[in-house]
Every structure is written in C-alpha cells, then in structure tokens.
Design a protein around this ligand. Structure first.
Ligand code: PGA
Length: 243
C-alpha cells in the first residue's frame, strides 16, 4: 500500500497558520502531510503543525554549509529549527534564479547531510514537451539533480512547468508515465506529481501506481482545499486496504 505524501508549497504567501492548522483533517492514521511556508514563518508553522503531525519544509536551501553568502539560508539552521524537508529545484527557482541540475544536486546533498529530506523538483517546459523532449529532460533532470544521492532518502516531484499555476494539470496518464520513468531512475524514492492539483483531480492522479503523492501550490493555501486532497489520500488508502 502506498504511504501518500501530500505536500503544500505556499510560495511567497502565508495564510493564518493557527487557523489553518485547526481546520486540517485529523492525520492519524493518514498520509504524510508537509507544509512549506516562507522562511520567516517556519517557526510559527512548526509550533502550529507539529502537534497535528504535519511536517514542515523549507522552499529552498543554500548549497553552501555556512559563511559569506548573504541572504542564503543553511540546511543546518533549518534543521536546528525543526524543519524536516527542503524543496529544491522548483521550476520557479530554476527559471528566475538560474538554478541548474548541478546546483540542485548540491542543495539536496547539503540538505541530506543535515537530516533534511530533499524534495527534488523536475519537469519539462511546454516547448520541450512540444519538441518531444520530455523523457530526455526528465532523465537528465533526475540523474543530474539526484546524482549520487541515496534514493531511499529523497522525494522527487514531477512538476511539468506548463502545468504550474495554470489550472491545466497533466493528464493522469501522462503524469503516471513520467512518474514511472522517474521511479526507474531512482528506485525506492517516492514520486509526487505537482502542477494544478486540486480536490477535483487529486483522486485520479493519486490513483496511479507510480504517483505517491502531490506537491500542491495554489490549492494548498486553503485548509479546505488541502484538507479535501488529504481526505482523498485517506480514502484511497482505505480502499486499497479493503481490496
Ligand atoms: P500549483 O503549483 O499547484 O499552484 O500549480 C505547484 C507547485 O508550484 O509546486
């Protein structure tokens, strides 16, 4: 049976954290739920979410251990706060901050060294998809971004760039095809799908064999919509148990 992972990426937004935590469905037993608030809100998120079993993630982490890197946030400091995950290589960081697979791998490695689980994002642009390059982009993205890392210690998110924030999710079939390819490259690593996941399409996506969860942007900003996706994961797990 899949142990679903439902991760919310709040990006540069922050709902009222105590109200949000109070409105989430009970977790026990349930999927692994992770919230990635902006850096300044990590302590408040830890206070509010720890008691309901929600793990807290950073949205990024420095590739450096420490030192003269103004504005960077180290894995060591994040781990010392109590964060347990770090998203690395989100397409917004790749697009707006020039992050390469090699840099993403360095970030994931430093996260791992400090006990944070990296959530490594990969995905093709619409142009790459049109050119038929999706497989090559994903293969390169995963093998370079997770180069030398223990697959059992990482999470990979397949996030087609064209599906992020557009309201147009990949079809469950395409997402499954990509997740299967990724699962072959990093056997044992859970593969999440991300890109316009909503309560309406979560069931179809999460039902797919190689999709172990979702990385959710917009729909993770409301406790109702994130709660509905968590409940979908709970009911899929129950259905699988009954089979
Ligand atoms: P979205 O974002 O759910 O708003 O499309 C997903 C992401 O950026 O991780």
């Amino acid at each position: 049976m899949k142990n679903f992972i439902i991760a919310g990426n709040w990006k540069m937004n922050c709902p009222d954290i105590p109200a949000f935590a109070a409105a989430l469905p009970a977790q026990e037993p349930g999927p692994t739920v992770i919230i990635a608030p902006p850096f300044p809100f990590i302590p408040a998120a830890l206070r509010a979410f720890l008691r309901c079993g929600v793990g807290v993630s950073a949205q990024d982490v420095s590739a450096h251990e420490r030192g003269a890197f103004t504005g960077e946030v180290s894995a060591e400091h994040l781990a010392s706060l109590g964060a347990r995950y770090a998203i690395v290589g989100h397409s917004e960081r790749r697009a707006y901050h020039g992050e390469t697979n090699e840099l993403v791998c360095a970030k994931a490695s430093v996260a791992l060294r400090h006990g944070l689980t990296p959530i490594i994002c990969v995905g093709e642009t619409m142009e790459q998809r049109r050119l038929g390059d999706t497989e090559a982009v994903l293969t390169r993205g995963v093998s370079q971004s997770a180069n030398g890392l223990d697959p059992s210690k990482i999470i990979v998110a397949y996030e087609p760039v064209w599906a992020i924030g557009t309201g147009i999710a990949a079809t469950a079939l395409d997402a499954e095809r990509a997740a299967e390819l990724i699962a072959e490259l990093v056997p044992g690593a859970p593969v999440l799908y991300g890109g316009s996941v909503t309560p309406d399409n979560a069931r179809e996506l999460l039902s797919k064999r190689h999709i172990s969860g979702a990385l959710i942007g917009g729909a993770s900003l409301g406790a109702d919509s994130l709660g509905a996706i968590i409940n979908t994961a709970i009911s899929l797990s129950k259905e699988a148990e009954e089979l």
